[in-house]
Design a protein around this ligand. Structure first.
Ligand SMILES: [Zn+2]
Length: 422
């Protein structure tokens, strides 16, 4: 088992370790106002070129294609812009193409000023099963001179695509919108010890769904959230594997559920995800800067839920985790000198994960700046004493490896928490 995991991991690291580089993490969180800002809605529909019998569409959940220009019958330029600015370089795109006759076309992806191409194109014929574009069909232009991270990105790219009557889907990552996430929650809540309910509504009125794994009266609680940032699909996929492990029929998971109950909000920002946003919610702000002000219904719903749970059960949250994606696997933790409800849980856990996965040594970046709370991790720790962290998965981490990592992380955590509760 260990060998397989190591191999999978080395595959992701090959281009990085070659330069002896390791992702050092983002600079300290900037405190920004989180009052709502205007968002530009995307025009939705189909762009058809009769002369070439070809159609491009952004008329689906999670799509982002702001315009398409025909250069000639076989070359098209796509325009991708964000919901508002300033914004992080996480330029999401997703659209469909079909044509009356089978042919090969080139599609050039271009972005608004200051944004660059980040997500390697994934293709699908059903919107469910995705595979990366063959690298010989992919060309980068004006690539940055760094080997890694934002400085390495190209300004634009070109994709050579075979199109025909079967609709071809193209997206920055696999599409996991509120319908997909809803189906996953439904299937999981078939189990007698899992339930799904809504804990509020987003700004645009989408349900904010919550999964409960275990006994809802339990005093010993964990909080799990994901997808504050729409394009961060790899973090979401790791969360899925983590939660499926905790909700499995394995002996450890059964034992864990007798003592602990896990609450999960798999989709913190359904409006952003379904509208194909790069980062913000429908109120035009980064939700993960709103955990001190609580200006938005999405963050407010979690705060209210956690506070009420603590009062009703007279219990506490021992652990809080927020899944994200970035350039490479990294953990943003709370400085171990600060003690919560289960001191040292997170560092011990991360060491154990590294131990389980031979040769795997991702960056751990502790912080002791907990005020103002601003981000979910700080809120979980400061207001609830939950041992908390941001669990970041690389954009390109192989899917099989991130599922393994989610599974191992859950198993090790359950063992440790059961030991500590004794
Ligand atoms: Zn994020």
């Amino acid at each position: 088992m260990k060998k397989t995991i190591l191999l999978l991991y080395l595959m992701t690291l090959a281009p990085i370790t070659a330069q002896n580089e390791k992702f050092q993490g983002q600079p300290p969180i900037e405190i920004v106002p989180t009052t709502s800002k205007p968002v530009q809605k995307q025009w939705k529909g189909s762009f058809t070129y009769d002369s070439a019998n070809i159609t491009f569409s952004n008329n689906f959940e999670g799509a982002r294609l702001n315009g398409i220009i025909k250069n000639n019958d076989s070359t098209y330029t796509a325009l991708i812009t964000s919901e508002n600015t300033p914004i992080n370089t996480s330029p999401w795109y997703a659209f469909k193409i079909w044509a009356k006759e089978k042919r090969t076309i080139n599609v050039i992806l271009t972005y608004q000023a200051s944004a660059k191409h980040r997500y390697y194109p994934k293709l699908s014929f059903d919107g469910l099963r995705w595979s990366p574009l063959d690298s010989i069909q992919y060309t980068e232009f004006e690539k940055g001179d760094k080997n890694f991270g934002p400085g390495s990105l190209p300004v634009k790219i070109s994709m050579k695509l075979e199109v025909g009557r079967d609709t071809l889907w193209i997206a920055g990552q696999e599409l996991h919108t509120s319908s997909h996430v809803g189906r996953w929650m439904d299937s999981l809540s078939q189990k007698p010890f899992v339930s799904r309910k809504s804990m509020g509504k987003s700004r645009e009125g989408r349900l904010l769904d919550l999964l409960t794994i275990g006994n809802p009266k339990s005093k010993n609680m964990l909080m799990v959230i994901s997808r504050q940032h729409p394009p961060e699909v790899t973090g979401y996929l790791a969360m899925k594997s983590f939660i499926e492990t905790m909700a499995s029929d394995a002996k450890l998971a059964r034992r864990f559920r007798k003592k602990f109950t896990t609450y999960v909000v798999p989709l913190m920002n359904p409006d952003g995800v379904d509208n194909g946003h790069w980062r913000h919610n429908a109120g035009g702000v980064d939700l993960n800067r709103d955990w001190a002000n609580f200006n938005h219904p999405e963050t407010r719903a979690v705060k209210k839920f956690m506070e009420e749970k603590v009062v009703r059960t007279n219990g506490k949250f021992y652990f809080g985790i927020d899944f994200h994606s970035t350039w490479d696997d990294i953990y943003y933790t709370v400085d171990p000198k600060l003690k919560g409800n289960m001191p040292d849980l997170v560092p011990t856990w991360l060491d154990a994960i590294k131990e389980e996965v031979d040769g795997y040594d991702p960056n751990v970046r502790p912080s002791d700046r907990m005020h103002p709370t601003t981000v979910s991790r700080n809120y979980f720790f400061v207001e609830h004493g939950a041992e908390a962290l941001v669990f970041e998965i690389g954009d390109n981490t192989p899917r099989e490896f991130l599922r393994e990592k989610g599974r191992i992380s859950a198993n090790v955590l359950m063992e440790l928490m059961l030991e500590r509760l004794k």
